[in-house]
Design a protein around this ligand. Structure first.
Ligand code: DHB
Ligand code: FE
Length: 278
């Protein structure tokens, strides 16, 4: 049966993609952010996962306001990237694993999560920047994109996101082949890119979320969506991706954690959680 090795969180800020492209990892502005990644890359190199599930929120490339799935799972052999207007280079397609995707979709629907299945999907910076951060040489395992709506209200609740993760964990573990899987939760932490509160960052709230998501993720389900927007900023709702990832893991040990503000307009959190007994 498939095993989940652990989960990794990261912000997916487009400027990070620009910094990677420009080779600025040791630059004084970027170093406090990039220093979080070599230990996680070393863990990945040691564990050699067979597959990565990348939980991210599409920002308008794969879906738009006219058609906005609450939860979508990629079911393609590969996923293309496109120019989104951030000035990032267009990347070659990311290899998928359609049979594994269909297993996930079957199992999630069986567990009463209504999924939009995507046999064709363009993946944006929410997906690609983390892939570059964790597999800088491009040699990543096959990847399954899972996108949740954080763009157009109503967005899922924190409880729904955690429950989605729990069902996802069951779906992965019921895959009959003996493969190992790592799960990314990308986005966050607090940020607001537009409106009167543009530039808003909330260190205290971010640090609370980073602690509780390890020790007591259930407690975070008491936060309402309105409160999440208020405390984390309108784009800080990307924390839902972290909840989805966390739900899939079960018992964990925290192997690394880093928080740095600001990177671009965002409180950037990175952590590696290793599964115990799964
Ligand atoms: C930024 C952060 C994001 O999560 C995003 O999707 C786009 C931009 C930023 O801080 O610049
Ligand atoms: Fe984002």
């Amino acid at each position: 049966m498939a095993r989940i090795l652990g989960g990794i969180t990261t912000s997916h800020i487009p400027a990070v993609g620009k910094a990677i492209e420009a080779g600025m990892e040791d630059d004084p502005y970027w170093e406090p952010f990039f220093k979080a990644y070599p230990p996680i890359r070393a863990w990945l190199a040691e564990k050699q996962p067979d597959l990565v599930i990348n939980i991210y929120n599409d920002h308008g490339l794969g879906f738009f306001l006219d058609q906005m799935p609450t939860f979508a799972i990629g079911a393609a052999a590969q996923y293309r990237n496109e120019d989104e207007g951030w000035g990032l280079p267009e990347l070659p397609p990311f290899k998928g694993d359609a049979p594994f995707s269909w297993h996930l979709i079957e199992s999630m629907v069986e567990q009463e999560f209504d999924i939009t299945s995507c046999q064709e999907l363009a993946v944006d910076h929410g997906f690609t920047v983390p892939m570059q951060l964790f597999w800088p040489k491009g040699s990543h395992p096959p990847a399954i994109p899972i996108s949740a709506n954080t763009v157009q209200h109503p967005i899922p609740t924190l409880k729904r996101a955690l429950d989605f993760g729990k069902a996802l964990g069951k779906a992965v573990r019921s895959y009959p082949e003996d493969i190992s899987v790592v799960i990314l939760g990308t986005g966050g932490l607090s940020h607001q890119l537009d409106g009167a509160r543009a530039g808003f960052i909330n260190r205290e709230f971010d640090e609370m979320c980073m602690e509780k998501i390890v020790t007591d993720p259930e407690a975070l389900t008491a936060i309402s969506r309105m409160e999440l927007v208020e405390k984390a900023g309108s784009q800080g709702t990307e924390f839902l991706m972290w909840m989805m990832m966390r739900g899939a893991l079960g018992k964990v040990r925290q192997l690394s954690s880093n928080y740095h503000i600001p990177i671009s307009n965002t409180g950037a959190g990175t952590m590696l959680l290793e599964c115990i007994d799964s």
